[in-house]
Write a protein that binds this ligand. Sequence first.
Ligand code: PEP
Ligand code: MG
Length: 578
Amino acid sequence: MIRWTGIAASAGIAIGPVWVFQKAVVEIPCFQIKDVEAELKRLNSAIEQTRLQIQTQQAQAVDMVGVEEAAIFAAHLSFLDDPELIDLIQNTIRDENVNSESALKKATQIFADLLTNLDSEYFRERAQDVLAVGDQIVNNLLGDTGKSASGPLQPSIIIAEDLTPADTIQFDQNNLLGLVTLHGGPTSHTAILSRGLGIPAAVSVPLDLNAVVNGMTAILDGIKGELILLPDVSILAEAESSREAFLEKAHLEKVAAHELTRTLDGVPVEVVANIGSPEDAFKAVEYGAEGVGLFRTEFLYMSRDALMSESQQIKVYSNVFATIGSRPIVVRTIDIGGDKKVAYLGLEREENPFLGWRGIRMISERSDLLIGQFRALLRAGVNTDLRIMLPMVSNLNEIVQGRDLLNQAIHELEAEGLAYAKNVQFGIMVEVPSIALVADHAAKLVDFFSIGTNDLTQYSLAVDRGNTRVAPLASPFHPAVLQLIAKTIRAAHAAGKWVGMCGEFASDTLAAPLLLGLGLDEFSVSSSVIPSLKQTLRRCNVVNCRPLAEECLQLGRTEDVVARLKEFAAAGLISPES
Ligand code: PEP
Ligand code: MG
């Protein structure tokens, strides 16, 4: 029996045979070229081929693990558009007259070294991403699409040095008992995707691959981050009973997730799901979502190569609505631009896409897109609790114009004698600081707000959410972000409107008592987070959370807010798990 301990990455216990994933080592040809322009063309077409592959893998991952977890593929895509990286590769070809493969190898290694030298786990992960994308382009240049990569033929614990997101999603899920990697941290793709798939995983396990033979029995404990090879009979029996206890607890949590949520002192809180596809809607219901707080519709546009017709849209929306049934569903109109590109909409390349022609700003030139979407939603939404919201709103005019277009769609359907959803609530995302600061005016124009902390954080702290180098600055616990959240909630409540949160901050259990204290009505999170978030909320007393929130609002530093919240949890003010 051999036991190795690494980092716990995804909870659960797997028992079964191991299977070692070995990546084929690719020989990189290195030679001088004569025609630089032809070589740059060759490079460019391999990059475009890689883009298509990653987009396909992203769509596949959306089906398997949901939109939130599949977002890691966006990080890979972003490298293909990184001007510094692309310039570095192209300049190496030009300056050294070398072939694309060797230029890629050299440039991606320089880029990865820069990230690794920043000395943080997060950047080390991103360094691996650059190398993985570089390898994928090289494979395409060499005519190897990587399709031949295989997986185990029976349900197994997969062991690998490291796994790219593309490696992980190509395994047959039926044969995937758990994942163990020699490298990676708790925020690695392996960790994120395993949690999305609901399988145990351990990363940075210092195991000796020479000691592992395919088919050997092993125990993977994703709670302790442990791998035990060839366990004794008694250890095996112990693991079996821990596995059963874990499954029972997860089952009970999942069952309890189907109950409504009230805090210890009886305050009702809504816990709903973020979704982006018909598959996500099933997952939301399975995990006990009381509705949908954010349906990101842009993914439906991104996975196609032409604009959907009204009837195609109706079909997709009806499909989602049928799954969600009578529960409330907040649909966000397309939020294209920023990091979400749709080739067929002819978006121009912008210097600062996050500050550019994005979300509701399209209304100025493409009101047809919005009208078309409103019509389809209204027609599909008959007999549903439909709520529609606009993304990226930064001023009151956009709310008025958006509402006018919704009314225009209603009038058109009325005139055409078509059935459509009545009493639809109309709201906006509060994700731009300017609208949070005039939230008292905005609240009079809408039925609800949904706070998008992902963008609210990036815009209020001036931190590009896709820029890995400044990512550690992007904390929604920053007191400036908290002030904007507090102002938004107060303004909504003063006008008698409800307010939800659909940014990632809503799923942070450390933030839960703070958000309850600020008076948040609805938490919208990834489906898999719902059972544990509901448990946390049920263990809070709002009477204790209110003074906590007031205290946090007086603080000036992110670190102080985080420390205060940890102290609150440690002091037992969130009641212990029963
Ligand atoms: C947000 O900005 O917080 C949000 C939920 O929207 P997205 O992540 O889709 O930009
Ligand atoms: Mg946003």
